[in-house]
Ligand binder design. Sequence first.
Ligand SMILES: *Cc1c(COP(=O)(O)O)cnc(C)c1O
Length: 419
Amino acid sequence: MNKKNQDKFSAESLVVGAGHDPSSVLNSIKNPIFQTSTFMFNTAEEGKEFFKKYAGAETLEERNQSLIYTRLNHPNLTAAEFRLSQLDGAEDSAFFESGMAAISTTIMTFCKAGDLILMSSPLYGGTDSFIKHTLNQFDIEWLEFEHRATKEDIKAMVASHPRADRLKMIYIETPANPTLSLTDIGMASSLVQELSTSGNRPILAVDNTYLGPVFQKPIAHGADLNLYSATKYIGGHSDVIAGACSGKEELIRQVKGLRTILGCMASPFTSWLITRSLETVTLRMEKQAANTERLADFLKSHNKVKRVYYLGHLTEDHTDFRIYQNQQNSAGAMMAFEVNGGEKEAFSFLNGLELAKLAVSLGSTETLASHPYTMSSSNMDEQDRLKNNITPGLIRISVGIEDPNDLISDFDQALNQIQ
Ligand SMILES: *Cc1c(COP(=O)(O)O)cnc(C)c1O
């Protein structure tokens, strides 16, 4: 597709075919997998030219014309990146071999020894551990703010830190995994302005795994970088581990620079799977969100269920309600509920499921159920688990694209097996 056509169509159309030119590969409608580690130069002069261009390439065409070595760049990677950037409303995107590779590479791109990171709490366990236990070995410190802290609370906390003038990144996850607590992206963006000094402006990074790229657009709300575990909704079929970062070209260029050195770019096959998946991400997420609403409404009135956690049930009096209305355009497809009783009752339900599968991870076509207290959050302190409502009776559900009536009857029969 030429540049002129790219400007003419919306992201929804571009995500289907853009990033691949059939005439460049035997008119193949789909991008083949370029399972190669290196690319031939026709002449030595061309090799020299490609290295020059690689450093300065601005457009997708230019990058595709200067292929050198698969760790630097390859056609499956650029296709996936072009498509995601369209959905995110970003100048560019970078794909990685996992969500943790995207998150760790991005943080290390912008934070150096002596710097400070401000983060929301709770964060995904891997991210939390990377910031608290890995980065501190490189003299990078962190400060975390609790859900519901006001902007003034956060500013006061930063101001009293000895490294207040070295705040390099504000890192938030919203909705947070697994509690679904929300952080106001606009508030975080105004924090960036208010905490900037003449020599330092922190970067605002948002982990958008739970809602993106369809239901939440952090960049439109002032985020600099939009991060993903693409293993979840973007990949969407429980068949690939991948990650991504989107943002301004100037920032993504730096992230890609470190990615090349660390060697954690998405492989040709990973990128190909992602390119395929991005074509249906909107369809899948809309169906998953509609199914979740049906299932959450059903569970709310079930006599074996104590409490349902679903963003679509937030009422006006809840502190997250305004944030929910302002920054996301769907409740998404993650929910949790607490059965009456504890671990025994929760396990009885989980073991009784026939259609939904018992597994961690989320965002795939099939419905997945898990027990955070003994699985994904089992390494958290008991006190922290309970503070975040991660009780022995809590079940986390990632809703898939199955027939919602089948899901409801499956949940009903499994709940009714609880003694
Ligand atoms: C899964 C997940 C990650 C980590 O991604 P991987 O692809 O497993 O490396 C990061 N953030 C969130 C919110 C996640 O759910």
